[in-house]
Design a protein around this ligand. Structure first.
Ligand code: SF4
Length: 109
């Protein structure tokens, strides 16, 4: 279980690229957003296999969980064991509020 700032952040998992979660997120912390480019050089929506939740920006409101059509978002403590590898997958994209270019390129090449 990963705990940051005392909160149990939710992550996008299981190669989910549906955007219903993006539409309901009040703090715009699910990336990459469709049609957006980023100054930090991160891949765009069309270039990634799934979406990722920035745990630094996430306020743990839970709005994204019920709207996900493929049950891809979990509170960390409820994450099924079979999906634990996606904790690292998410961290390889965004960690500490920042895109991780080296880690992301390493796992996607
Ligand atoms: S829990 Fe709330 S703030 Fe966090 S990703 Fe989901 S909708 Fe956004």
């Amino acid at each position: 279980m990963e705990v940051t700032r005392g909160l149990h952040h939710r992550r996008t998992l299981y190669r989910a690229k549906d955007t219903a979660c993006v539409d309901v997120c009040p703090v715009d912390c699910i990336h990459p957003a469709k049609g957006r480019t980023y100054d930090d050089g991160r891949p765009t929506f069309d270039e990634v296999p799934q979406l990722y939740i920035d745990p630094t920006e996430c306020i743990d409101c839970g709005a994204c969980v019920p709207v996900c059509p493929v049950t891809a978002i979990f509170v960390m403590e409820d994450l099924p064991e079979k999906w634990h590898a996606y904790i690292e997958t998410n961290k390889n994209y965004v960690d500490g509020g920042k895109f991780q270019p080296d880690k992301y390129q390493k796992v996607s090449s």
